[in-house]
Design a protein around this ligand. Structure first.
Ligand code: GLC
Length: 643
């Protein structure tokens, strides 16, 4: 049962697609305090809070304070409050074992501005939702189980996005492959290593001077033919599209945007100038229907060249600086000249310079023309990236309605899940980020983002072979499987490491698992179900299962428990029932063992990956192929654990 409560004058977000009339009676279950702009829920000792999308700090969100404020922050450390997305859906639940049969409660806070979720941070037993403006639609969902609430919620937000099948193959990315020849080399090396590959990503350097929808002709001559050459090899090239449009005379997109008045403007009517990769740029007003359509139609430039997938980036939007704020900073710096920088003025000075990017005041400098109203950006900040993804998704429906186009984005809000998937942004080559990747998946799936994953091997910092191997042992099970790393970091394409065969075995296993992965994905989309979930979602009465935060069920049949500790040769795994463990060294070489419900130490060397099959379930395995399109369903054999 879903009840909608309206507070103030909410700004519509189009995240919910089913019309629900607001309740006339005041909210129950949560206690509303209009003066404090707050909703409060008193947590029981054993309550667990699931959700909030891709945020940091584990599957159970209790014990921290989160800010829904889409941020370009590449340091995903434990002290952070925001990442790139705002997915304001949560479920409060507790294990029923021996308890009072307390039912779970879901809550969706539909507010595109800043919202703070204090989940037992200030007081371990209190869950507060604090609004900057108390203008929001709040949906309270009662249900029989956590899965039931997820299903009800996903029903009202509409079906999740489905990518083309090749997008479930392995993708290699790097910021950046600078030339077509460099990409040819990547493809050649993967082929030589016998490692399956379906896509290579183009980061910002494929563009001419970082201008959206342009090609650097010197580095990528005859691009259209290059796309075809790669496609003939079975490789899809996936270019990045950034939110900022370079300010440059003669650049058609800039000129058109100016002429049609499609860029975000300041209070005084001047177009906002903010710097991103191309230097001074303007932001298309994705919230405006006409501007959104205009920008969306530009994807056709690349679609016409044979491109079949894109990733949208920098769409929080990231701001390196605005020209206005930069001028203020320079003035301020001048005022320090010749001064003795003492303890206070030194830190002030440092703060002034450090504050130039993603500055909160800059998000108050510009406006949107949204549904007939002029709205200051910070009030709708969290739906900017969503509407960029929507621009693309709506355009694909117009341009090629019968074809699936790959689309995933960095920034998002619920609603964007209908137009694309997400990746979790600029993580680091840290062991803890393998676990973070695992823990981000359930929250994303709950809020509709089923096609999701993180940069395998870590984006920032230098990766090591064992870390990339262990990370891959998780990522082969996730829908979006892409190895990506930042400029200046150690190269981490699989063929660069010593144990190439070990990496091949893992990617082969991914391709063998495709029938299971694809079916599980399609089931999650079509039936509003979970793709990756914690044990507690299935074993509702097993208190031990409720305490497991580093294992996942992938669909109903299999459980994974990846190793995420450096130098570990195995780990403890909790089996919520008797299960059959398959320990793979390769798709041909594995051992099977039935293990009893309970805790087990599972030995898994660096070249081994364990899958646990539930009783009465089976795992189909196809003969691996070098490309998704070449997987032959007739080769499927099944490993089953008969009841
Ligand atoms: C951002 C993206 C990253 C990309 C880089 C350069 O940091 O998150 O994936 O490689 O920009 O485009």
């Amino acid at each position: 049962m879903i009840k909608k409560y309206r507070f103030g004058n909410p700004i519509p977000t189009d995240s919910v697609v089913i019309d629900i009339a607001p309740e006339t009676a005041p909210i129950t279950i949560f206690e509303a305090d209009e003066t404090a702009k707050r909703l409060r829920y008193n947590l029981d000792k054993k309550d667990v809070v699931y959700g909030l999308g891709e945020t940091i700090r584990g599957i159970n969100k209790r014990g921290w304070i989160y800010d829904s404020w889409n941020s370009d922050d590449p340091n995903h450390s434990e002290d952070k409050h925001s990442l790139y997305a705002s997915q304001n859906f949560l479920i409060i639940a507790s294990c029923n074992e021996g308890a009072t049969n307390k039912k779970p409660i879901g809550i969706y806070v539909d507010d595109p501005g800043r919202v703070t979720f204090d989940i037992g941070y200030t007081d371990i037993d209190v869950f507060d939702i604090i609004f900057e403006d108390f203008d929001a639609d709040v949906y309270v969902i009662e249900g029989e189980s956590v899965l039931d609430i997820v299903k009800q919620f996903r029903h009202i937000i509409g079906k999740s996005y489905i990518p083309p099948k090749w997008a479930f193959g392995f993708g290699q990315c790097r910021w950046s492959y600078m030339t077509a020849d460099e990409i040819r080399e990547v493809v050649r090396e993967y082929k030589k290593a016998g490692i399956p590959l379906d896509s290579v990503y183009l980061d910002i350097d494929y563009m001419y001077r970082y201008k959206d929808f342009t090609i650097d002709e010197a580095a990528f001559p005859d691009f259209e033919n290059f796309v075809k050459e790669m496609k003939d090899e079975g490789i899809h090239l996936v270019p990045i599209i950034d939110a900022g449009v370079k300010v440059e005379d003669g650049y058609d997109i800039y000129e058109e945007g100016m002429e049609k008045d499609y860029f975000c403007k300041k209070e005084n009517g001047e177009v906002l100038t903010a710097a991103v990769w191309p230097g001074r740029s303007h932001f298309p007003d994705f919230l405006n229907d006409d501007a959104r359509k205009w920008f969306g139609d530009k994807y056709k430039i690349l679609l016409d060249m044979g491109i079949e997938g894109f990733w949208n980036d920098m769409n929080e939007p990231a701001i390196f600086y605005t020209t206005d704020h930069l001028a203020e900073v320079f003035d301020k710096i001048d005022s320090y000249k010749g001064k003795n920088l003492d303890i206070q003025s030194f830190f002030e000075f440092k703060g002034t310079v450090a504050s130039i990017d993603n500055n909160i005041e800059d998000y108050k400098r510009f406006y949107h023309d949204y549904k007939g109203q002029k709205i200051r950006h910070d009030k709708v900040h969290n739906i900017f990236g969503y509407n960029m993804t929507r621009a693309a998704g709506e355009a694909f429906e117009r341009i090629c309605p019968d074809k699936r186009i790959l689309m995933f984005s960095r920034s998002s809000y619920i609603g964007a899940h209908r137009y694309g998937g997400v990746w979790c942004g600029d993580n680091l080559s840290w062991w803890s980020h393998i676990l973070l990747n695992l823990q981000q998946m359930p929250g994303l799936n709950m809020s509709g983002f089923v096609f999701s994953g993180a940069d395998v091997g870590g984006f920032g910092a230098d990766a090591t072979e064992d870390l990339v191997m262990r990370w891959t042992q998780l990522a082969i099970f996730l829908p979006l499987f892409r190895n990506h790393s930042a400029m200046g970091t150690r190269r981490q394409e699989y063929y660069r490491f010593k144990d190439i065969q070990g990496f091949k075995n893992l990617v082969d296993l991914r391709y063998a698992l495709i029938p299971y992965i694809y079916d599980t994905f399609m089931n999650a989309v079509e039936n509003d179900a979970m793709y990756a979930m914690p044990l507690s979602f299935i074993y509702e009465n097993d208190e031990r299962a409720w305490n497991v935060y580093d294992q996942l069920f992938i669909g109903d049949s299999i459980m994974i428990a990846p190793v995420y500790t450096q130098n570990a040769e195995g780990r403890y795994v909790y089996l919520p029932e008797d299960m059959k463990m398959i320990r793979f060294r390769s798709t041909e070489d594995y051992d099977e063992e039935v293990l009893e419900k309970g805790d087990h130490y599972i030995q898994t060397g660096l070249n081994e990956v364990a899958i646990f099959i539930r009783k009465g379930h089976k795992l189909p395995l196809a003969q691996p192929a070098m490309r998704i399109a070449d997987i032959d369903e007739k080769t499927i054999k099944e490993i089953s654990y008969l009841a």
